[in-house]
Write a protein that binds this ligand. Structure first.
Ligand code: NI
Length: 168
């Protein structure tokens, strides 16, 4: 496994819409493993392929607590089947936007359909942190970021700050 560089704001790659994955092959599984290693090292609880510069509909997650065994999850071509009506607010961070946290209200539960590492189409119903993390990572697949939930003024301030840092 290898640790990959994480793409950060304001890199326009983050705004790209990721393409569907045609087949699950060893190269794809290696990418998923590398993404998991990158996520654990960061450390983070989720990572989408676009965040390592690969515009494919792949994401990895592990929402296990610090004192729990690892529970790595890989989602290929995930699709929302249904969203719960109840909402929940979490303060979300993003490995592509270091040190920024945004309070976001999202559906508290969902059912997602995805392809697993064996190429099998599955469904998962989730709530709590996992439901939030899945929605956050799926946003990445469509080029959407947590700063999009801010007012335009606040978003511009964040983007300006990251542009300044990128210029050195
Ligand atoms: Ni993120």
């Amino acid at each position: 496994m290898a640790r990959l560089p994480i793409v950060t704001l304001p890199d326009p790659v983050l705004r790209q819409v990721s393409a569907a994955i045609e087949r699950v092959d060893p190269d794809l599984l290696k990418l998923a493993d590398d993404m998991l290693e990158t996520m654990y090292a960061a450390p983070g609880i989720g990572l989408a392929a676009i965040q390592v510069g690969v515009p494919r509909r792949l994401l990895v997650l592990d929402v296990a607590g610090d004192d729990e065994p690892r529970q790595p999850m890989t989602f290929i071509n995930p699709e929302i089947v249904s969203l719960g009506s109840e909402k929940r607010v979490y303060e979300e961070g993003c490995l592509s936007i270091p040190d920024v946290r945004v309070e976001i209200e999202r559906p508290a539960a969902l059912t997602v359909r995805y392809t697993d590492r064996d190429g099998v189409r599955r469904e998962l119903t989730a709530d709590g942190l996992l439901a939030t993390a899945i929605q956050h990572e799926m946003d990445h697949l469509d080029g959407r970021l947590i700063i999009d939930f801010l007012s335009r003024l606040k978003r511009d301030i964040v983007v300006r700050k990251f542009k300044k840092v990128a210029r050195g």
